[in-house]
Every structure is written in C-alpha cells, then in structure tokens.
Ligand binder design. Structure first.
Ligand code: ZN
Ligand code: ZN
Length: 246
C-alpha cells in the first residue's frame, strides 16, 4: 500500500528538480567537450605511437570495465546511504531507490534526466585525465587515454541501455542488439528487479552478472563494507524489499 502510494506520487512528480535538470544538461555538455578533447589527444597519440589495430581490443576491455563499474556503483547506491544523505542523496541515491518502487518510471525520463547523472559522475575524472595524463606524448598515456575515453563513452551509454531494457517495445535495432547480447536485455535485467534486489547489478550489458552471482561477490562485499566502515548499518528488511530500494 505504501509502495503503491509512493509510486503514484512519483508518477505525478517531475523526474528531477528543474535545478538538477539544468545541472545534468551542463554535465552532458561538459562530458561532450571533454570527450572531444580527449578524443583529439588519442588521435594525436595514434599518429605518434601507432598500434591503432589494438584499439578494438581496448574497446572490448573498456566495455567490460564499464559494465563492472556500473554494477559496483549500482550496488553502492542500492545499499548504502539514503535520500537524506548530503549532496548525493536526493539526486543520485534517490533515483536508484525509486527505481525499484516504480521500475517503469525510467521509461518516462527524457534524454537529459536519463543520461545526465552518469555524465556528472564522469566529468571530474575526465578533467583530471585531460589535465594530467600525457595522452598525446607518451605511449602509456596514449593507451590509458584510449581505454579511459572508451570507458567513459560506455558509462555514458549505460543508463540509456538500462532505460531500453525497461521498454516493452524498444526500437527494432535496439531489440536486435539486446537479442545478440551486446547491450542489457529485459529478460536479463528482470533478475535484478526481483525481491530482495541483491544481485545482477551490472546494467551496461550484464556480462559479469552470472559470474558475480555465483561468487556471491556483492553479498560478500556488502558484509565487508558494513563490518569495516562505521555507520553502514544493515538496511531494514522493508527497505531492501523495495519500499525504498532501487
Ligand atoms: Zn532497472
Ligand atoms: Zn537496483
């Protein structure tokens, strides 16, 4: 009953505040500029160091890394902190928690609301790499820069893939990518949306999910974090079962 009320309330609310929407828009703009700047550095590096034939392999590794990162960030946002957590709570943790109460809500996100937060999370790291890593002038910087840029692009795409996985009828070409297992599919992601929402956290393509589930990786990680970091008390059963979780 509480969940229904909460879901109905959410449906009538805008997906995020106007101020946060504008911040997300700025995040997408900053992400785009930094991606172009880093891309230019990688291009110069390719001119200087060659080995461009290695880039497809780097892209595959980056895609796998982004999928793993998506799982870990999702795991943290689902299990630690609350909507009241300063700064991150209302606009970053909140949407993850709401997502279990109203899973279809993500399909009503516009492009900015759906992808802005991932850009905001990536921009500080992109800025650091652009400022401090010699991508165009050293071989290691070139390979790292190419890998990092591709991870960022996959992170950018992650919540788009997640949104498509919640659509009953995604565009035909998306459905084909889902069918080939190249992006997150509905059937795969549905496993995460079953109570108690404690597995299949990876949401770029989900390739790590069966392995991590078999290893009980997130269960062990949660126990370790709660044991070692003060204040990370166990969630109430009702929170994990979806009245708050996302
Ligand atoms: Zn979902
Ligand atoms: Zn979740």
């Amino acid at each position: 009953m509480i969940q229904e009320h909460r879901a109905a309330k959410r449906e009538s609310e805008p997906r995020s505040s106007r101020a946060h929407w504008l911040l997300e828009l700025a995040g997408i703009a900053a992400f785009s500029v930094l991606a172009i700047l880093l891309g230019a550095e990688v291009y110069l590096g390719a001119g200087g160091f060659g080995h461009a034939w290695l880039l497809p392999a780097v892209a595959v590794l980056a895609y796998l890394a982004a999928d793993l990162a998506s799982g870990f960030v999702h795991f943290l946002a689902d299990n630690f902190g609350s909507e009241e957590t300063p700064i991150l709570g209302p606009n970053f943790i909140g949407p993850f928690r709401d997502h279990h109460v109203d899973p279809e809500g993500i399909t009503r996100n516009d492009f900015v609301d759906n992808n802005g937060n991932n850009c905001l999370a990536s921009v500080p790291f992109m800025l650091l790499v652009w400022l401090f890593v010699p991508v165009a002038t050293t071989a290691w910087g070139y390979f790292f820069g190419a890998f990092f840029l591709m991870v960022c692009l996959a992170v950018f795409l992650t919540n788009q893939f997640h949104q498509w996985a919640h659509m009953d009828a995604p565009p035909g070409w998306v459905a084909r990518l889902q069918g080939w297992g190249l992006v997150l599919s509905k059937e795969h992601h549905d496993v995460h949306h079953e109570s108690p929402y404690d597995t299949y956290y990876c949401i770029t393509v989900g390739v790590w999910n069966p392995l991590l589930d078999r290893l009980r990786f997130f269960e062990r990680a949660e126990r370790l974090i709660r044991r070692t970091i003060p204040g990370t008390d166990p969630l109430l059963r009702s929170e994990r079962d979806g009245s708050l979780n996302g």
